[in-house]
Design a protein around this ligand. Structure first.
Ligand SMILES: Cc1ncc(COP(=O)(O)O)c(C=O)c1O
Length: 434
């Protein structure tokens, strides 16, 4: 490839582009970023055609790999017919039929679908839905939210209030609504259960909802906890009349080995948020699902309307691709095959656990993580040394502090998965000695 073209791109990038979750001084002065030119399957390709196995499926979205030919074909076909129209009191085929199809694969009882355009807004809509539901259904005092220490639910101010990662909360703390951040079951089940019981005993009557990332707290380090916590949360929510919200933005669509993390405990929340893999990682598209009971709480005249709606909610391109995603799950047996793939990933990480530099290996479905021995926390740099080593070896493995993890596409070919695991092993060894 033409070196001057790369320089041209990087010059524009470094002069004008502000990257998310990126320390920009270090980026501008020290980083030689991967410049992605195209992607296919489980690989990203740079401007020179070098390939990099995408170890995190591009921020956990490309569950079917990149540029699945059926998804790109669906996208192109839709683009020639209808790229966008609003859902404000009118409708279109894609949104209507996808809503029906999503309900069919959702936990039973979640029969109403509200579209937004990313994970944060799927959860933001859930918060507002809960608050407005209580406000107009006889319990306006229910405004308190409960989430977990280490929780991550996205970027908007509303969901930032639910977030339990201090690094992300601190700058905005004065503006965030009060939320009880309880002990996470990922840090100890018994303590977490006791704290949840105590919280609801004391504040259940004024609590709107419990919001959880079911089974895996992703952003705070792939912290995994058992389904019994979800089961108990459902029981306690019912006992105190509190709504239960599952944020399945990361865990949904087979990431944990089942369609929904909720399925591991056969728990049905009152509200379920889905994004990322929902549109195969192609387009910003998200859904907030809920029950007939909550939906009916918004009937009865204009003043009871749900006052919420993003311009691109239910976008026809996203809807068409999202329908095709579900069709591929059926036709290619994605959930049926994910068990074998997850086993391979688990076995690979079991071997990594033998390294002196590694501790606390954990896996669930197509999530696998390890801690590098030493410092910890989101700002810890050890994971980034492994990241740099992995890039040299042909893999993109963005860490979370000291946590090196893999969340590859669910259908990553075995050969790519084995190569990825080998790269992680070599990079951990090289990163530790570097
Ligand atoms: C559990 C969870 N909820 C919400 C979000 C926010 O999604 P988005 O980045 O699409 O706004 C994320 C993003 O990683 C997430 O992991």
């Amino acid at each position: 490839m033409n070196a001057s073209h790369r320089e041209r791109v990087l010059r524009a990038d470094k002069q004008h582009l502000w990257h998310p979750y990126t320390a920009m001084d270090r980026y501008i002065d020290e980083t030689h970023p991967l410049v992605v030119a195209r992607a296919a399957g489980s690989r990203l390709y740079d401007l020179d055609g070098r390939s990099f196995i995408d170890g995190n499926a591009s921020w956990w979205t490309a569950l079917l790999g990149h540029n699945h030919p059926r998804l790109t074909a669906a996208l192109c076909a839709q683009a020639t017919e209808l790229c966008h129209t609003s859902l404000g009191g009118i409708t279109h085929e894609g949104a209507a039929l996808f809503a029906e199809e999503l309900v069919r694969v959702a936990p039973p009882g979640l029969s109403k679908v509200f579209f937004t355009d990313n994970g944060s807004t799927a959860v933001e809509a859930a918060i507002k839905l809960c608050v407005q539901y209580w406000a107009q259904n006889g319990a306006p005092e229910r405004t308190r939210f409960v989430s977990l220490k280490g929780a991550f639910h996205g970027e908007t101010l509303g969901v930032s209030a639910l977030g339990g990662m201090s690094e992300f909360r601190a700058p905005f703390a004065p503006l965030l609504f009060p939320c009880a951040h309880l002990a996470s079951p990922a840090d100890g089940l018994e303590v977490a259960l006791a704290e949840l019981e105590r919280e609801l005993e004391q504040h259940g009557a004024c609590t709107a909802a419990i919001v959880l990332e079911p089974l895996v707290q992703g952003a705070s380090g792939m912290r995994i906890y058992p389904p019994v916590y979800l089961v108990r949360a459902r029981e306690l929510a019912d006992a105190y009349g509190v709504l239960l919200v599952f944020d399945e933005v990361f865990t949904g669509y087979g990431r944990t080995g089942r369609m929904w993390a909720a399925d591991h405990g056969a728990v049905v929340p009152d509200v379920l948020c889905s994004a990322k893999g929902l549109s195969g990682g192609l387009l910003p598209f998200a859904a907030t699902l809920t029950t007939e009971r909550i939906f009916e709480g918004f009937l009865g005249g204009d003043s009871r309307t749900f006052f919420y709606g993003h311009t691109f909610a239910g976008n026809p391109l996203g809807a068409r691709v999202a329908r095709e995603v579900l069709a591929i799950y059926r036709d290619e047996g994605i959930l049926e095959n994910v068990g074998a793939k997850a086993r391979r990933l688990r076995e690979g990480f079991a071997k990594l656990s033998e390294l002196d530099q590694v501790e606390n290996v954990r896996t669930l479905g197509m999530v696998a993580a390890l801690d590098l021995v030493g410092g910890s926390g989101y700002l810890e740099r050890s994971g980034w040394r492994v990241y740099e080593e992995a890039l040299k070896r042909g893999a993109y493995v963005r860490p979370l502090g000291q946590v090196v993890y893999l969340t590859p596409p669910l259908n990553i070919p075995d050969a790519d998965l084995d190569e990825l695991l080998e790269i992680v092993r070599a990079s951990v060894l090289a990163g530790a000695s570097g």
